[in-house]
Design a protein around this ligand. Structure first.
Ligand SMILES: Cc1ncc(COP(=O)(O)O)c(C=O)c1O
Length: 471
Protein backbone atom coordinates (compact mmCIF):
# COMPACT_ATOMS: atom_id res chain seq x y z
CA UNK A 1 0.00 0.00 0.00
CA UNK A 2 1.35 3.40 -0.94
CA UNK A 3 -0.07 6.68 0.35
CA UNK A 4 0.61 10.06 -1.14
CA UNK A 5 2.44 12.11 1.41
CA UNK A 6 2.84 15.87 1.45
CA UNK A 7 6.54 15.28 0.99
CA UNK A 8 5.99 12.99 -1.98
CA UNK A 9 5.27 9.34 -2.48
CA UNK A 10 7.38 7.41 -0.02
CA UNK A 11 7.20 4.23 1.99
CA UNK A 12 3.99 5.43 3.47
CA UNK A 13 2.98 2.17 5.04
CA UNK A 14 5.56 3.00 7.65
CA UNK A 15 5.00 6.71 7.91
CA UNK A 16 2.38 9.05 9.25
CA UNK A 17 1.48 12.43 7.79
CA UNK A 18 3.84 15.18 8.77
CA UNK A 19 3.59 18.92 8.41
CA UNK A 20 3.44 20.41 4.94
CA UNK A 21 6.76 22.22 5.23
CA UNK A 22 8.77 19.11 6.03
CA UNK A 23 10.46 17.72 2.95
CA UNK A 24 11.57 14.14 2.52
CA UNK A 25 15.38 14.40 2.40
CA UNK A 26 17.24 12.88 -0.52
CA UNK A 27 19.96 11.90 1.92
CA UNK A 28 18.89 11.38 5.52
CA UNK A 29 22.48 12.01 6.67
CA UNK A 30 22.74 15.40 4.96
CA UNK A 31 23.17 18.46 7.18
CA UNK A 32 21.32 21.62 6.22
CA UNK A 33 23.98 24.29 6.86
CA UNK A 34 21.58 26.96 8.15
CA UNK A 35 20.64 24.68 11.06
CA UNK A 36 24.12 23.83 12.27
CA UNK A 37 26.94 25.75 13.90
CA UNK A 38 30.00 26.62 11.82
CA UNK A 39 32.26 23.70 12.63
CA UNK A 40 29.70 20.88 12.44
CA UNK A 41 30.27 18.25 9.77
CA UNK A 42 30.33 14.49 9.31
CA UNK A 43 33.69 12.76 9.33
CA UNK A 44 34.78 10.03 6.91
CA UNK A 45 32.81 7.47 8.86
CA UNK A 46 29.70 9.62 8.88
CA UNK A 47 29.91 10.51 12.57
CA UNK A 48 28.83 14.04 13.43
CA UNK A 49 31.72 16.21 14.57
CA UNK A 50 31.81 19.66 16.14
CA UNK A 51 34.89 21.70 16.92
CA UNK A 52 36.97 18.80 15.66
CA UNK A 53 35.48 16.28 18.10
CA UNK A 54 33.19 13.40 17.32
CA UNK A 55 29.77 13.36 18.92
CA UNK A 56 30.51 9.81 20.06
CA UNK A 57 33.60 10.93 21.97
CA UNK A 58 31.79 13.89 23.51
CA UNK A 59 28.98 11.58 24.67
CA UNK A 60 31.48 9.11 26.08
CA UNK A 61 33.44 11.73 27.99
CA UNK A 62 30.54 13.92 29.11
CA UNK A 63 27.58 11.55 29.24
CA UNK A 64 24.19 12.35 27.75
CA UNK A 65 22.12 14.39 27.46
CA UNK A 66 24.69 17.09 26.95
CA UNK A 67 24.48 20.55 25.43
CA UNK A 68 27.48 21.10 23.16
CA UNK A 69 28.38 24.70 22.38
CA UNK A 70 30.56 25.46 19.36
CA UNK A 71 32.84 28.14 20.75
CA UNK A 72 34.12 29.38 17.40
CA UNK A 73 30.55 29.81 16.26
CA UNK A 74 29.62 31.84 19.35
CA UNK A 75 32.44 34.32 18.74
CA UNK A 76 31.67 34.50 15.04
CA UNK A 77 28.03 35.33 15.65
CA UNK A 78 28.73 37.77 18.47
CA UNK A 79 31.32 39.64 16.43
CA UNK A 80 29.22 39.70 13.32
CA UNK A 81 26.49 41.52 15.28
CA UNK A 82 29.01 43.98 16.70
CA UNK A 83 30.48 44.63 13.24
CA UNK A 84 27.18 44.86 11.39
CA UNK A 85 25.75 47.22 14.02
CA UNK A 86 28.90 49.34 14.34
CA UNK A 87 28.01 52.59 16.09
CA UNK A 88 25.14 50.90 17.90
CA UNK A 89 25.48 49.06 21.23
CA UNK A 90 24.74 45.36 21.11
CA UNK A 91 23.55 43.84 24.38
CA UNK A 92 23.70 40.07 24.64
CA UNK A 93 20.38 38.98 26.18
CA UNK A 94 21.67 36.84 29.02
CA UNK A 95 18.29 35.24 29.64
CA UNK A 96 18.86 33.12 26.54
CA UNK A 97 21.87 31.39 28.13
CA UNK A 98 24.34 32.82 30.60
CA UNK A 99 27.31 31.42 32.44
CA UNK A 100 30.36 33.23 33.77
CA UNK A 101 32.40 32.09 30.74
CA UNK A 102 29.71 33.15 28.28
CA UNK A 103 29.47 36.55 29.97
CA UNK A 104 33.25 36.91 29.63
CA UNK A 105 33.12 35.92 25.95
CA UNK A 106 30.36 38.42 25.28
CA UNK A 107 32.48 41.15 26.85
CA UNK A 108 35.59 40.13 24.91
CA UNK A 109 33.61 40.12 21.67
CA UNK A 110 32.52 43.71 22.24
CA UNK A 111 29.01 43.10 23.53
CA UNK A 112 27.24 44.56 26.52
CA UNK A 113 25.19 42.15 28.64
CA UNK A 114 21.48 42.43 29.33
CA UNK A 115 20.27 40.82 32.57
CA UNK A 116 16.74 40.40 33.82
CA UNK A 117 17.22 39.27 37.41
CA UNK A 118 19.65 39.61 40.28
CA UNK A 119 20.78 36.07 39.48
CA UNK A 120 21.76 36.91 35.92
CA UNK A 121 23.36 40.13 37.14
CA UNK A 122 25.47 38.15 39.59
CA UNK A 123 26.61 35.75 36.88
CA UNK A 124 27.52 38.61 34.53
CA UNK A 125 29.51 40.38 37.24
CA UNK A 126 31.26 37.14 38.25
CA UNK A 127 32.06 36.64 34.58
CA UNK A 128 34.02 39.88 34.72
CA UNK A 129 31.54 42.17 32.97
CA UNK A 130 31.90 45.69 34.43
CA UNK A 131 28.69 47.17 35.79
CA UNK A 132 28.61 49.90 33.19
CA UNK A 133 28.49 47.25 30.41
CA UNK A 134 25.33 45.73 31.90
CA UNK A 135 21.66 46.60 31.52
CA UNK A 136 19.01 45.44 33.96
CA UNK A 137 15.50 44.49 32.85
CA UNK A 138 12.60 42.92 34.70
CA UNK A 139 8.97 43.77 35.32
CA UNK A 140 9.21 43.11 39.05
CA UNK A 141 12.68 43.93 40.28
CA UNK A 142 12.96 43.54 44.03
CA UNK A 143 14.56 46.15 46.24
CA UNK A 144 17.46 43.76 46.69
CA UNK A 145 17.92 43.47 42.94
CA UNK A 146 17.73 47.20 42.43
CA UNK A 147 20.18 47.68 45.31
CA UNK A 148 22.58 45.20 43.73
CA UNK A 149 22.33 46.99 40.38
CA UNK A 150 22.97 50.39 41.96
CA UNK A 151 25.96 49.07 43.88
CA UNK A 152 27.37 47.52 40.71
CA UNK A 153 26.81 50.79 38.85
CA UNK A 154 24.94 49.13 36.01
CA UNK A 155 24.92 51.14 32.83
CA UNK A 156 21.16 51.29 32.54
CA UNK A 157 18.06 50.13 34.33
CA UNK A 158 14.99 49.60 32.17
CA UNK A 159 11.95 50.56 34.25
CA UNK A 160 8.68 48.78 33.72
CA UNK A 161 6.10 50.18 36.17
CA UNK A 162 5.23 53.32 38.13
CA UNK A 163 5.90 51.39 41.35
CA UNK A 164 9.40 50.68 40.14
CA UNK A 165 10.08 54.28 39.13
CA UNK A 166 9.18 55.36 42.67
CA UNK A 167 11.18 52.52 44.22
CA UNK A 168 14.24 53.15 42.07
CA UNK A 169 14.17 56.89 42.73
CA UNK A 170 13.95 56.27 46.48
CA UNK A 171 16.76 53.69 46.55
CA UNK A 172 18.97 55.89 44.36
CA UNK A 173 18.37 58.86 46.66
CA UNK A 174 19.27 56.76 49.71
CA UNK A 175 22.55 55.79 48.08
CA UNK A 176 23.30 59.16 46.58
CA UNK A 177 23.57 57.76 43.06
CA UNK A 178 21.80 58.71 39.84
CA UNK A 179 21.19 55.62 37.66
CA UNK A 180 20.73 55.87 33.92
CA UNK A 181 17.18 54.83 33.17
CA UNK A 182 15.24 53.72 30.10
CA UNK A 183 11.48 53.36 29.96
CA UNK A 184 10.18 50.16 28.47
CA UNK A 185 7.22 50.90 26.26
CA UNK A 186 4.74 48.71 24.44
CA UNK A 187 4.19 49.84 20.92
CA UNK A 188 1.18 47.67 20.19
CA UNK A 189 3.36 45.57 17.89
CA UNK A 190 3.71 41.96 18.85
CA UNK A 191 5.85 39.77 16.67
CA UNK A 192 6.30 36.04 16.80
CA UNK A 193 7.92 33.85 14.22
CA UNK A 194 6.62 34.69 10.76
CA UNK A 195 3.83 36.96 11.85
CA UNK A 196 3.33 40.13 13.70
CA UNK A 197 0.28 41.97 14.86
CA UNK A 198 -0.05 45.68 15.43
CA UNK A 199 -2.97 46.68 17.59
CA UNK A 200 -4.08 49.64 19.65
CA UNK A 201 -4.12 47.73 22.92
CA UNK A 202 -1.39 45.91 24.70
CA UNK A 203 -2.69 43.23 27.00
CA UNK A 204 0.57 42.03 28.53
CA UNK A 205 2.64 42.50 31.64
CA UNK A 206 5.65 44.25 30.12
CA UNK A 207 6.12 47.94 29.57
CA UNK A 208 4.06 51.10 29.44
CA UNK A 209 1.61 51.45 26.60
CA UNK A 210 2.15 54.27 24.14
CA UNK A 211 -1.46 54.19 22.97
CA UNK A 212 -2.88 54.75 26.48
CA UNK A 213 -0.53 57.62 27.25
CA UNK A 214 1.13 55.70 30.11
CA UNK A 215 4.47 55.61 28.31
CA UNK A 216 4.59 59.39 28.22
CA UNK A 217 3.51 59.55 31.87
CA UNK A 218 6.34 57.19 32.81
CA UNK A 219 8.86 59.26 30.85
CA UNK A 220 7.61 62.37 32.65
CA UNK A 221 7.89 60.67 36.04
CA UNK A 222 11.51 59.69 35.35
CA UNK A 223 12.37 63.12 33.95
CA UNK A 224 10.88 64.77 37.05
CA UNK A 225 12.89 62.65 39.50
CA UNK A 226 16.25 64.31 40.20
CA UNK A 227 17.67 60.96 41.30
CA UNK A 228 17.10 59.37 37.89
CA UNK A 229 18.92 60.14 34.65
CA UNK A 230 16.42 59.40 31.92
CA UNK A 231 18.33 58.32 28.82
CA UNK A 232 15.72 56.93 26.49
CA UNK A 233 12.94 54.67 25.33
CA UNK A 234 13.15 50.88 25.13
CA UNK A 235 10.99 48.60 23.00
CA UNK A 236 11.10 44.83 22.57
CA UNK A 237 8.42 43.49 20.27
CA UNK A 238 8.74 39.74 20.50
CA UNK A 239 10.78 36.73 19.60
CA UNK A 240 11.86 34.65 16.64
CA UNK A 241 11.08 37.47 14.20
CA UNK A 242 12.01 36.97 10.56
CA UNK A 243 10.96 40.13 8.87
CA UNK A 244 11.68 43.71 9.75
CA UNK A 245 8.22 45.12 9.14
CA UNK A 246 7.25 44.71 12.80
CA UNK A 247 10.37 46.65 13.82
CA UNK A 248 9.48 49.30 11.31
CA UNK A 249 6.04 49.88 12.82
CA UNK A 250 7.48 49.80 16.35
CA UNK A 251 10.34 52.16 15.46
CA UNK A 252 7.92 54.61 13.89
CA UNK A 253 5.84 54.67 17.07
CA UNK A 254 8.75 55.06 19.47
CA UNK A 255 10.49 57.66 17.31
CA UNK A 256 7.25 59.64 17.31
CA UNK A 257 7.10 59.40 21.10
CA UNK A 258 10.78 60.32 21.28
CA UNK A 259 10.15 63.44 19.18
CA UNK A 260 7.11 64.41 21.25
CA UNK A 261 8.95 64.19 24.57
CA UNK A 262 11.93 66.01 23.07
CA UNK A 263 9.66 68.99 22.48
CA UNK A 264 8.06 68.69 25.91
CA UNK A 265 11.33 68.22 27.86
CA UNK A 266 13.22 70.63 25.64
CA UNK A 267 15.93 68.02 25.12
CA UNK A 268 16.31 64.94 22.96
CA UNK A 269 16.79 61.75 24.94
CA UNK A 270 20.24 60.49 23.99
CA UNK A 271 19.53 56.75 23.59
CA UNK A 272 16.99 54.26 22.27
CA UNK A 273 16.76 50.46 22.27
CA UNK A 274 14.89 48.32 19.74
CA UNK A 275 15.17 45.09 21.77
CA UNK A 276 15.96 41.61 20.50
CA UNK A 277 13.94 38.84 18.94
CA UNK A 278 15.84 38.20 15.72
CA UNK A 279 14.89 34.78 14.36
CA UNK A 280 17.11 31.75 13.86
CA UNK A 281 16.64 28.55 11.89
CA UNK A 282 15.13 25.71 13.87
CA UNK A 283 13.81 23.90 10.80
CA UNK A 284 14.33 23.96 7.05
CA UNK A 285 11.42 26.38 6.83
CA UNK A 286 13.23 29.16 8.66
CA UNK A 287 15.23 31.72 6.69
CA UNK A 288 16.89 34.07 9.16
CA UNK A 289 18.33 37.36 7.99
CA UNK A 290 22.02 38.02 8.51
CA UNK A 291 23.13 40.66 11.03
CA UNK A 292 24.17 42.78 8.01
CA UNK A 293 20.68 42.60 6.52
CA UNK A 294 19.08 43.36 9.87
CA UNK A 295 21.43 46.25 10.55
CA UNK A 296 20.80 47.73 7.10
CA UNK A 297 17.05 47.55 7.51
CA UNK A 298 16.94 48.87 11.08
CA UNK A 299 19.35 51.72 10.37
CA UNK A 300 17.28 52.79 7.37
CA UNK A 301 14.06 52.78 9.41
CA UNK A 302 15.51 54.82 12.27
CA UNK A 303 17.28 57.30 10.01
CA UNK A 304 14.19 57.86 7.91
CA UNK A 305 12.08 58.42 11.02
CA UNK A 306 14.61 60.82 12.52
CA UNK A 307 14.67 62.77 9.27
CA UNK A 308 10.86 62.92 9.01
CA UNK A 309 10.49 63.99 12.65
CA UNK A 310 13.41 66.44 12.51
CA UNK A 311 15.29 64.86 15.43
CA UNK A 312 18.79 63.44 15.76
CA UNK A 313 19.23 59.68 15.58
CA UNK A 314 19.75 58.73 19.24
CA UNK A 315 22.51 56.32 20.25
CA UNK A 316 20.84 53.07 19.31
CA UNK A 317 21.07 49.62 20.86
CA UNK A 318 19.64 46.15 20.34
CA UNK A 319 19.43 43.06 22.55
CA UNK A 320 19.83 39.81 20.63
CA UNK A 321 20.06 36.61 22.66
CA UNK A 322 18.77 33.72 20.56
CA UNK A 323 20.44 34.95 17.35
CA UNK A 324 23.84 34.83 19.05
CA UNK A 325 23.73 31.70 21.19
CA UNK A 326 20.86 29.67 19.73
CA UNK A 327 22.59 28.22 16.67
CA UNK A 328 25.89 27.66 18.50
CA UNK A 329 24.64 24.68 20.46
CA UNK A 330 23.36 21.20 19.75
CA UNK A 331 21.71 18.99 22.32
CA UNK A 332 23.04 15.46 22.20
CA UNK A 333 20.78 12.66 23.42
CA UNK A 334 21.05 8.89 23.50
CA UNK A 335 18.20 6.84 22.10
CA UNK A 336 16.62 4.51 24.62
CA UNK A 337 13.63 3.01 22.82
CA UNK A 338 12.10 3.08 19.35
CA UNK A 339 8.41 2.35 19.06
CA UNK A 340 6.02 2.14 16.11
CA UNK A 341 2.65 3.51 17.09
CA UNK A 342 -0.32 2.71 14.87
CA UNK A 343 -2.45 5.78 14.16
CA UNK A 344 -6.05 6.11 13.06
CA UNK A 345 -6.21 5.08 9.43
CA UNK A 346 -3.48 2.49 9.81
CA UNK A 347 -0.42 4.68 9.37
CA UNK A 348 2.30 4.37 11.95
CA UNK A 349 4.38 6.96 13.69
CA UNK A 350 7.85 6.20 14.93
CA UNK A 351 8.46 7.40 18.47
CA UNK A 352 12.14 7.71 19.33
CA UNK A 353 12.60 8.12 23.09
CA UNK A 354 15.77 9.78 24.28
CA UNK A 355 17.35 10.28 27.69
CA UNK A 356 16.33 13.95 28.12
CA UNK A 357 13.13 15.76 27.29
CA UNK A 358 10.94 18.57 28.51
CA UNK A 359 13.10 19.05 31.62
CA UNK A 360 16.05 20.19 29.51
CA UNK A 361 14.03 21.75 26.69
CA UNK A 362 10.54 22.93 27.58
CA UNK A 363 10.08 25.04 24.42
CA UNK A 364 8.17 22.48 22.32
CA UNK A 365 5.82 21.71 25.22
CA UNK A 366 5.53 25.34 26.32
CA UNK A 367 4.72 26.97 23.01
CA UNK A 368 4.92 24.38 20.29
CA UNK A 369 8.46 25.23 19.21
CA UNK A 370 9.70 23.17 16.27
CA UNK A 371 13.15 21.61 16.06
CA UNK A 372 15.13 19.41 13.69
CA UNK A 373 17.38 16.47 14.44
CA UNK A 374 19.90 14.12 12.92
CA UNK A 375 21.46 10.78 13.73
CA UNK A 376 24.82 11.79 15.19
CA UNK A 377 26.67 8.59 16.04
CA UNK A 378 26.84 7.19 12.50
CA UNK A 379 25.62 7.66 8.97
CA UNK A 380 22.77 5.42 7.95
CA UNK A 381 22.10 3.63 4.69
CA UNK A 382 18.45 3.05 5.59
CA UNK A 383 15.66 5.17 4.14
CA UNK A 384 14.11 8.15 5.88
CA UNK A 385 11.14 7.61 8.13
CA UNK A 386 8.97 10.32 9.60
CA UNK A 387 9.62 10.22 13.34
CA UNK A 388 8.84 12.00 16.56
CA UNK A 389 11.60 12.44 19.12
CA UNK A 390 10.28 12.37 22.65
CA UNK A 391 11.71 12.58 26.13
CA UNK A 392 11.56 10.35 29.19
CA UNK A 393 9.08 12.35 31.25
CA UNK A 394 5.61 11.48 32.48
CA UNK A 395 3.78 13.79 30.10
CA UNK A 396 2.29 12.99 26.71
CA UNK A 397 3.42 16.44 25.60
CA UNK A 398 7.04 15.62 26.38
CA UNK A 399 8.09 16.10 22.76
CA UNK A 400 11.48 17.41 21.68
CA UNK A 401 11.14 17.22 17.90
CA UNK A 402 7.58 16.88 16.70
CA UNK A 403 8.32 15.81 13.14
CA UNK A 404 11.61 14.86 11.53
CA UNK A 405 12.76 12.37 8.95
CA UNK A 406 15.15 10.05 10.75
CA UNK A 407 16.83 6.91 9.41
CA UNK A 408 14.51 3.93 9.52
CA UNK A 409 17.18 1.82 11.24
CA UNK A 410 17.62 4.14 14.24
CA UNK A 411 18.01 2.00 17.33
CA UNK A 412 18.66 2.13 21.07
CA UNK A 413 22.21 3.31 21.74
CA UNK A 414 22.31 5.71 18.78
CA UNK A 415 22.98 9.37 19.42
CA UNK A 416 20.60 12.06 18.20
CA UNK A 417 21.67 15.70 17.83
CA UNK A 418 19.20 18.58 17.96
CA UNK A 419 20.62 21.84 16.53
CA UNK A 420 19.59 25.34 17.52
CA UNK A 421 19.45 24.36 21.18
CA UNK A 422 21.58 27.14 22.68
CA UNK A 423 18.85 29.60 23.65
CA UNK A 424 16.06 29.18 26.19
CA UNK A 425 16.52 25.43 26.54
CA UNK A 426 19.16 24.70 29.19
CA UNK A 427 18.38 28.19 30.53
CA UNK A 428 14.75 27.17 31.12
CA UNK A 429 15.53 23.63 32.30
CA UNK A 430 13.76 22.12 35.28
CA UNK A 431 14.07 19.04 37.45
CA UNK A 432 10.70 17.61 36.57
CA UNK A 433 10.55 13.93 37.53
CA UNK A 434 13.69 14.56 39.62
CA UNK A 435 15.80 14.46 36.48
CA UNK A 436 19.15 16.20 37.01
CA UNK A 437 19.82 18.92 34.45
CA UNK A 438 22.38 18.19 31.71
CA UNK A 439 25.84 19.67 31.49
CA UNK A 440 26.84 22.28 28.94
CA UNK A 441 30.25 21.87 27.37
CA UNK A 442 32.13 24.09 24.97
CA UNK A 443 34.17 22.56 22.18
CA UNK A 444 36.92 24.26 20.25
CA UNK A 445 39.79 22.85 18.17
CA UNK A 446 39.33 19.42 19.68
CA UNK A 447 39.34 20.69 23.28
CA UNK A 448 36.36 20.28 25.60
CA UNK A 449 35.55 22.57 28.51
CA UNK A 450 32.66 22.31 30.92
CA UNK A 451 30.60 25.50 31.24
CA UNK A 452 27.96 24.00 33.52
CA UNK A 453 28.45 20.61 35.08
CA UNK A 454 25.79 17.93 35.03
CA UNK A 455 23.57 17.91 38.09
CA UNK A 456 23.47 14.79 40.19
CA UNK A 457 20.67 13.32 42.21
CA UNK A 458 22.75 14.25 45.25
CA UNK A 459 22.51 17.91 44.17
CA UNK A 460 18.75 17.57 44.16
CA UNK A 461 18.68 15.68 47.44
CA UNK A 462 20.79 18.43 49.03
CA UNK A 463 17.70 20.63 48.74
CA UNK A 464 15.47 18.00 50.29
CA UNK A 465 15.65 18.66 54.04
CA UNK A 466 13.40 15.83 55.05
CA UNK A 467 11.17 17.53 57.61
CA UNK A 468 13.24 20.37 58.96
CA UNK A 469 11.69 22.85 61.42
CA UNK A 470 11.58 26.42 60.10
CA UNK A 471 13.28 28.74 62.62
C1 LIG B 1 13.56 42.88 26.73
C2 LIG B 1 14.14 41.76 25.97
N1 LIG B 1 15.27 41.97 25.27
C3 LIG B 1 15.84 40.98 24.55
C4 LIG B 1 15.30 39.71 24.52
C5 LIG B 1 16.00 38.66 23.73
O1 LIG B 1 15.23 38.09 22.74
P1 LIG B 1 15.90 37.09 21.72
O2 LIG B 1 16.68 36.09 22.51
O3 LIG B 1 14.75 36.46 21.02
O4 LIG B 1 16.78 37.89 20.83
C6 LIG B 1 14.12 39.44 25.22
C7 LIG B 1 13.52 38.11 25.19
O5 LIG B 1 12.55 37.79 25.77
C8 LIG B 1 13.54 40.49 25.98
O6 LIG B 1 12.43 40.29 26.68
Amino acid sequence: MTHMHVAGSIHADTIAPGPQWLRLPEDVNALLPVLWSTTVERDDEGILTVGGLRATEIAERCGTPVYVLDEVDFHRRARSFVEAFAGWDVYYAGKSFLTTAVAGWALADGLFVDCSTGGELTVALRGGVPGDRIGLHGNNKSEAEIGMALEAGVGRIIVDSFDEIERLGRLAAERGVRPRVMVRVTTGVEAHTHEYIATAHEDQKFGFSIASGQAKEALRACEADPHLELIGIHSHIGSQIFETHGFEVAARRIMTLHAEVAREFDRELPEMDLGGGFGIAYTSLDRPESPEQLAGALRAIVEEQAHDLAVQVPRMSIEPGRAIVGPTTMALYRVGTVKQVVLDGGATRTYISVDGGMSDNIRPALYGAEYSATLASRASTAGARLSRIVGKHCEGGDILVRDEFMPADIAPGDLVAVPGSGAYSRAMASNYNMVPRPSVVAVRDGALHTLVRRETIEDLLALDLGYDPVP
